[in-house]
Write a protein that binds this ligand. Structure first.
Ligand code: HMG
Ligand code: MG
Length: 306
């Protein structure tokens, strides 16, 4: 039972740390480090793990080892190991590697679309069409990301209507879910309210996931507001890893540990073991030579140490 009727009884968490987090790390990690992280996340109870990205390795060298990563996973049954695919070439690589699910990614702003994927929004949708077709033939579910749903590093404020237009196109093409990316972490709870109200009306709240980067420290408040408005799927990143190589100053996603702690407090079911999750986050942070960016992990680890 959730704490009050204002919240869902159950939430699905998508851990994007191994992709969104590690794509942005200056320090190159071995495939074996990534494999260990993903296996630990699965053991901690995560049911969807975005495990890599099949983009041009010249653009994002950190993800060049995604084939090796997928090949080395200890697959846990019931876990979806997903990957980002920008075009048909990426989709073919993902299928070959054994991804269970893929995600295409568009932007709500033209400026960011050019910067991130080197084409206009309309061109990006054209590139996704053959991916959608091939995915349908192979029975692989496709998630659709939209970046810059509230603010864009190039264009500033983005109107919810712009997001809605792209969301409807992605759904019409066959995406089963739309993940709303606050790429530069500028959204407040008020922005979420307006955005989710608009999209809820246009496409239905059950189709939405939220993907907050915590650059301005608003992510947990935004998630709480999103849950109150009916959202049931939350993206987060173990240890708060993350950022976007094409959005200067963008920091990590909200930390999965912090989301889990909040959901525990609200009595919302999620299926994740916080201790094991923290161990995974602390291990990858140590590997990167720094402290976890999860406030909960830092606080609980200090308690254990002290
Ligand atoms: P392009 O340069 O315009 O592509 O890149 P192209 O079709 O002209 O091809 C150029 C070269 O790339 C060719 O090789 C292709 O074969 C190769 P060459 O002939 O020069 O040797 N190529 C590929 N190689 C491997 N795998 C592929 C692939 N595609 C082309 N899939 C492209 C277009 C989209 C590929 C490029 O811009 C790219 O890779 N961008 C990466 C963008 C990215 O990964 N951004 C970060 C992820 S998005 C994100 O973080 C946001 C999100 O978290 C939500 C949020 O927070 O908002 C999802
Ligand atoms: Mg992101």
């Amino acid at each position: 039972m959730s704490h009050t009727g204002d919240y869902p009884s159950k939430v699905k968490i998508v851990d994007v740390g191994p992709r969104d987090g590690l794509q942005n790390e200056k320090q190159a990690l071995e495939a074996s480090d990534k494999i260990a992280l993903i296996n630990q996340l699965a053991e901690a109870g995560l049911q969807v793990i975005e495990s890599g990205s099949f983009v041009n390795p010249k653009w994002v060298p950190q993800m060049a080892s995604s084939e090796e990563v997928f090949a080395g996973l200890t697959r846990k049954s019931g876990v979806t190991y997903s990957a980002l695919t920008p075009n048909l070439k990426g989709f073919e690589r993902a299928v070959q590697a054994g991804a269970d699910e893929v995600a295409v990614f568009a932007a709500a702003s033209e400026g960011f679309s050019q910067k991130n994927i080197n084409c206009s929004i309309a061109e990006s949708l054209e590139r996704f069409a053959p991916v959608m077709e091939a995915a349908k033939a192979a029975s692989i579910p496709v998630r659709g990301y939209i970046s810059c749903v509230v603010g864009c590093p190039v264009e500033g404020r983005i109107a919810p209507q712009q997001v809605s237009t792209v969301a409807r196109e992605l759904l019409a093409m066959g995406c089963y879910e739309i993940s709303l990316g606050d790429t530069i972490g500028v959204a407040t709870a008020a922005d979420c309210e307006t955005l989710i109200a608009t999209l809820g009306k246009d496409i239905g709240v059950e189709k939405l996931a939220v993907h907050f980067h915590d650059t301005y420290g608003q992510a947990l408040a935004n998630i709480l507001r999103s849950l109150q408005m009916g959202v049931r799927v939350v993206d987060s990143s173990v240890a708060g890893l993350g950022g976007c190589p094409y959005a200067k100053g963008a920091t990590g996603n909200v930390a999965t540990e912090d989301v889990v702690y909040m959901l525990n407090g609200l009595g919302i079911e999620h299926g994740i073991d916080l201790e094991k999750l923290m161990a995974a986050g602390n291990a990858i942070s140590a590997r990167l030579g720094r402290k976890s960016q999860s406030r909960v992990a830092v606080a609980l680890s200090a308690k254990e140490d002290g």
